[in-house]
Design a protein around this ligand. Structure first.
Ligand SMILES: [Zn+2]
Length: 159
């Protein structure tokens, strides 16, 4: 894992080899760990990387999920991050997200989702607006209704 700044926002990047963040990382107490996402991260690294966002409390950090929707080669990006040779363009199609169990207001089905986390861009409000304007917001896979949340990825239907 490596603390980096890309597109004017800071975070701690976990490569595929780093795996899912443990309860304590780099002396920080890790908040918002989630079993569903742990399993996803350990199985499917194609379009997401776990990252940590430092917050006001200097002893803790939140888990976010950096999600790319453009088939970027993240294995190659892992190497670039480790070597410190990445650039902002590597992250241009990524968004910081949080895991959320989202319920469709129309058909009441529930989904494991990633939602655009604007709070995670607290250190770059202009970038948050840019990510919001460029985001493709997903509709309910069951009935097609708007989910009224900033859903950018839908995994599975929840029981
Ligand atoms: Zn629905």
């Amino acid at each position: 894992m490596k603390e980096i700044k890309a597109e004017d926002t800071k975070f701690i990047y976990f490569t595929k080899v780093d795996g899912y963040p443990k309860e304590t990382e780099m002396g920080l107490s890790i908040q918002k760990r989630n079993l569903f996402m742990k399993e996803k991260i350990e199985r499917d690294y194609r379009d997401i990387r776990a990252i940590l966002t430092r917050w006001i409390d200097p002893h803790s950090a939140f888990i976010n999920y950096l999600y790319w929707n453009d088939n970027s080669d993240l294995d190659n990006l892992d190497l670039k991050v480790e070597q410190g040779i990445f650039s902002d363009s590597d992250f241009a199609h990524s968004v910081k997200t949080s895991y959320q169990l989202t319920r469709c207001p129309s058909c009441a089905s529930k989904w494991h989702t990633l939602i655009l986390d604007l709070d995670a861009y607290f250190d770059a409000p202009g970038l948050a607006q840019k990510k919001l304007s460029e985001a493709t917001i997903k509709l309910c896979p069951n009935c097609g209704a708007m989910l009224r949340q900033l859903v950018v990825k839908i995994w599975d239907k929840a029981e």
